[in-house]
Design a binder for this molecule. Structure first.
Ligand code: C2E
Ligand code: MG
Ligand code: MG
Ligand code: MG
Length: 282
């Protein structure tokens, strides 16, 4: 508000709308350039086995370092990429970079990438996945796709066809941000998800909130009975870690173990061995 403080309400309102418009315009024009250039980067965050501390997988998280606007969060530019019809190109970039990186990791560590609902409507996705695996030599079992519940709002049948094709290739499927979206459990019957990732909002409130504890425990039981791996996202404290353990989760992910880091750093972390989670000053 500091900038608008000396103006009257109306002009300050107009000014901020104009600023917003300019920013969206910068992002729109910049996205094509970013996809061709070197402004995009993939960071990787470990997904750790609760039993033993091994890094089972790493989630690829995209970063955009814009020459003028600085770092733009994916939550801001992914929806714009979707509305511009650029999400397929972006998903293709992420897929290829993630497979290149993971093919160079020691051992059997998987890479997990986020797939927007819009990309799951494209019949080209399975062939892009096959091409990326063949090009990089990464085995299909080491690639996991994270999708959100919102994909089930599409009832055209296209999404389910594509999901099944991806499973036939041998990829693993994870249901991301579980508990925040479409409120029906029936899709857990029709798809065999390998992994359930409970949304970090449940873990955020868990120390103070008995309702969150009950929900997390119920999800832990449900997933175990359906033989799914379970990831508790957003683990920042020892207390949250203890609750994830108590609820029977198989895996944890969060700043307590590591922030998203560069590919060079993730290789060091994988080589250094098990992560047990320490309170970090940062
Ligand atoms: P997500 O898939 O649920 O990813 C987890 C988000 O939580 C990431 O934010 C990660 O940095 C953050 N996070 C991890 N541990 C902690 C923690 O302990 N505390 C807190 N407060 N946050 C933690 P990020 O990287 O900003 O990504 C946000 C969302 O943007 C992702 O949510 C995903 O939906 C989307 N996204 C990121 N990369 C891609 C991508 O390559 N493609 C697509 N389609 N979407 C992406
Ligand atoms: Mg994710
Ligand atoms: Mg998530
Ligand atoms: Mg999330």
């Amino acid at each position: 508000e500091a900038k608008g403080a000396g103006r009257n309400r109306a002009s300050s309102f107009n000014w901020s709308l104009k600023e917003r418009f300019n920013r969206i315009h910068e992002i729109e024009t910049g996205l094509r350039r970013a996809l061709d250039g070197d402004e995009l980067q993939l960071m990787f965050q470990p997904i750790v086995a609760l039993d033993g501390g091994d890094i089972d997988a790493c989630e690829a998280l995209i970063r955009w370092n814009h020459p003028v606007l600085g770092s733009i969060p994916p939550s801001e530019f992914i929806p714009i990429a979707e509305s511009m019809g650029l999400i397929e190109a972006l998903t293709g970039w992420v897929l290829r970079q993630a497979c290149i990186a993971a093919a160079g990791w020691p051992g059997e560590v998987r890479v997990a990438i986020n797939i927007s609902p819009a990309s799951l409507k494209s019949h080209d996705l399975p062939s892009h996945v096959i091409a990326a695996l063949l090009e990089t030599g990464l085995p299909a079992r080491r690639l996991e796709l994270e999708v959100t519940e919102s994909i089930f709002l599409d009832d055209s049948g296209q999404t389910s066809t594509i999901l099944r094709e991806l499973q036939r290739i041998g990829l693993r499927l994870a249901l991301d941000d579980f508990g925040t979206g479409y409120s029906s459990l029936s899709y857990l019957r029709s798809y065999r998800f390998d992994t359930l990732k409970i949304d970090q909002s449940f873990m955020a409130g868990i120390s103070a909130n008995a309702e969150d504890r009950a929900i997390v425990r119920a999800i832990g039981n449900l997933a175990r009975d359906l033989s799914m791996d379970t990831v508790a996202e957003g683990i920042e404290t020892q207390d949250q870690l203890a609750h994830a353990r108590e609820a029977g989760f198989t895996n944890v992910q969060g700043y307590l173990f590591s922030r998203p880091v560069t590919n060079e750093r993730i290789i060091e972390l994988i080589e250094a061995g098990p992560l047990h989670g320490e309170e970090r000053p940062d």
